[in-house]
Write a protein that binds this ligand. Structure first.
Ligand SMILES: *[C@@H]1O[C@H](CO)[C@@H](O)[C@H](O)[C@H]1NC(C)=O
Ligand SMILES: *[C@@H]1O[C@H](CO)[C@@H](O)[C@H](O)[C@H]1NC(C)=O
Ligand SMILES: *[C@@H]1O[C@H](CO)[C@@H](O)[C@H](O)[C@H]1NC(C)=O
Length: 294
């Protein structure tokens, strides 16, 4: 039983590293892109989880295209959210419309389970379904699809319920897991340089082992908007991939938001990881500045 749990943690670790890294990459692309567009794509609620992240690669590569191409095709520099594509109208103006067809996915791992416990062939199909309903398209299946979002990756299945005793042990496992991801990223030279010092401290000092990795993850999650709280939306990169492996992740993360304002402060984060508040410093900005100064 114990080794099975460990195995699951390792699978979860690898899976989530892949996914969080994918996100980080897209986020970087997005930051580049943001400088060239005026579009503000922030969502007001968590139903649009992870949305903007998904179509970024195409948008980022297009910004590197030749300027004259840009002038010819107004869609070149236009970013459309997931499940949408850019089309030009007769007057040569670019606009985002729902994508007509998502790529056929044969890999079952590309399937996703939604908040309605319905399996979709791919994340694209989820965003497309929502787009149809948002834009009053006749292809909207039913009004409830306006709020459809990805609950976890893979087909919908029977999730074991999270038992009280599993939840009790969860903060420890989560701390361990965060430390291990941080170490793994450092080993692969993929940890941003301004976190390396924290990582090295974490290797040598047991107190800093947990606190530094907790701070790192919190800073990392607090990306968009960067407002010193982690919204439910911003939890997407750890929540969705872990859901399938760790049935306690959802109740655990819900408990982290102790005052239920849909935002997790560093204080709340530390508390739910059972860390001493005094050991936690909000040094995200300090770290980012140090990185910029280099
Ligand atoms: C961009 O395209 C124009 C016209 O097609 C060409 O003359 C120019 O050399 C291109 N510039 C670059 C950097 O490729
Ligand atoms: C979700 O769907 C799966 C597969 O159809 C089913 O086994 C499971 O019980 C459902 N879960 C809930 C919460 O309804
Ligand atoms: C570990 O780090 C804490 C916090 O910076 C510090 O107070 C403590 O002395 C360190 N312990 C060791 C053994 O270096």
């Amino acid at each position: 039983m114990r080794s099975l749990l460990q195995l699951m943690m390792i699978i979860g670790l690898i899976g989530s590293i892949l996914i969080t890294e994918g996100y980080a990459e897209r986020r970087r692309n997005k930051q580049r892109r943001r400088t060239t567009t005026t579009e503000v794509a922030y969502e007001k609620d968590m139903n649009i989880l992870g949305d903007e992240e998904l179509n970024d690669e195409a948008a980022a590569s297009s910004s590197e295209e030749n300027d004259s191409v840009l002038r010819m095709d107004p869609c070149m520099d236009k970013h459309c959210g997931a499940g949408k594509i850019c089309k030009t109208n007769g007057a040569g103006n670019a606009g985002c419309v729902c994508i007509d067809n998502c790529n056929e996915e044969s890999d079952p791992r590309r399937k996703v389970c939604t908040n309605h416990n319905v399996t979709f062939g791919s994340d694209c199909e989820v965003y497309q379904a929502r787009c149809f309903c948002d834009s009053g398209d006749s292809r909207c299946r039913s009004p409830e699809f306006q709020h459809v979002h990805i609950e976890y990756y893979g087909e919908c299945r029977q999730m074991p319920s999270c038992k009280e005793e599993d939840l009790i042990d969860f903060p420890r496992r989560m701390r361990d897991w965060l430390f291990n991801i941080m170490r793994d990223l450092a080993d692969r030279h993929e940890l941003p340089s301004h976190y390396l010092k924290m990582q090295r401290e974490a290797e040598t000092n047991m107190t800093l082992r947990w606190t530094n990795s907790a701070i790192w993850k919190w800073c990392d999650l607090d990306g968009h908007p960067h407002d010193r709280t982690v919204s439910r939306h911003e939890l997407f990169p750890i929540r969705a991939p872990l859901m399938a492996l760790e049935h306690c992740i959802a109740p655990f993360l819900n408990n982290c938001d102790a005052d239920n304002d849909h935002k997790i402060t560093l204080k709340e984060w530390g508390k739910c990881l059972q860390l001493d508040e005094d050991d936690l410093d909000d040094k995200c900005d300090e770290l980012a500045e140090a990185a910029n100064a280099q």
